[in-house]
Design a binder for this molecule. Structure first.
Ligand SMILES: Nc1ncnc2c1ncn2[C@@H]1O[C@H](COP(=O)(O)OP(=O)(O)OP(=O)(O)O)[C@@H](O)[C@H]1O
Length: 261
């Protein structure tokens, strides 16, 4: 790979104050123009990694460089070039989409009118333009998700962090969004895609990272992981690498407990 990495993570370790390390020495170089599928079991450390990269958590050990600069030294500058769809949305329900998106645009130093026009166009393309002046509290789940996606992209960021971004989206919208991601990657944007939906991660990712118990245990293209593990699907690779073989046993027991009086 001839390009310079856009994100470099060196020996990243962190804990939440008490107990053992949640991240146990992560080393990664991420290159522009790639969709990175970031997967792992519940509690493995995915959201923690993303929150560190976003600067939300800054008590960590190791070094992180984004756009070539240590993020602890770069302050807010690098954040202007980053977009984020969080796992749980903290949308300001009492605002309208118009208010929310123009407010965000202004934070990103866009002209208010330009931000508003762009927001309206993007809402139209997602089929929700007629709700532009409605309060977000009146939106359906999928509509809120579309709004979050627009909010993460309105300033045309170079790196996009997506945490389970498809929640509530209908099949047609999923198709549009997957195509948008592919085109953004082609333009050289970097997309960090964290999800539990293995079929989608398998299809869209140029590179898959599997974190288990705070460590990266697999790193490669889907084809590379498949070859190494001798498994056919990403779901099976995930089961194998996380040492999980008991789904039937646990389900049997769960159903049998339900039948107890
Ligand atoms: N604010 C917090 N305080 C203490 N421990 C936390 C906090 N947030 C997360 N943890 C712990 O850190 C570990 C990693 O959590 P994290 O949210 O990064 O996992 P994840 O891989 O994103 O999981 P999921 O797939 O369930 O979203 C878990 O053991 C969790 O209990």
């Amino acid at each position: 790979m001839t390009k310079e990495p856009i994100i470099t993570i060196s020996d990243l370790r962190m804990n939440y104050g008490t107990g053992p390390d949640i991240l146990k020495g992560i080393n990664l170089s991420i290159y522009p123009g790639q969709i990175i599928g970031y997967i792992g079991p519940n509690g493995a450390g995915k959201s923690t990694t993303v929150k560190i990269l976003l600067g939300i958590i800054n008590k960590y050990r190791g070094e992180i460089k984004i756009f070539g600069k240590d993020i602890l030294e770069d302050g807010v500058e690098y954040k202007k070039r980053i977009g984020y769809v969080p796992e749980t949305a903290e949308i300001y329900e009492n605002l309208t989409a118009h208010e929310y998106l123009t407010f965000l645009g202004e934070i990103y130093e866009m002209e208010s009118e330009k931000a508003s026009n762009k927001a309206k166009k993007l809402m139209e393309l997602f089929g929700i333009k007629e709700h532009y002046y409605s309060r977000i509290s009146s939106y359906s789940k999928g509509m809120k998700q579309k709004l979050l996606i627009i909010a993460s992209l309105i300033h045309n960021p170079d790196i996009l962090f997506l945490d389970e971004p498809l929640g509530g989206l209908d099949a047609n919208s999923v198709m549009i969004f997957k195509e948008i991601l592919a085109q953004l990657a082609e333009q050289g944007k970097t997309i960090f895609y964290s999800s539990h939906i293995m079929e989608i991660v398998e299809k869209i990712s140029h590179r898959i990272l599997l974190i288990n118990d705070g460590q990266i245990v697999a790193d490669g293209t889907f084809e590379e992981l498949k070859e190494k593990s001798m498994e056919g699907s990403l779901e099976q690779i995930f089961n194998q690498l996380t040492g999980f073989t008991k789904h039937k046993e646990i389900a049997d027991e769960f159903v049998s407990v339900l039948q107890e009086v």
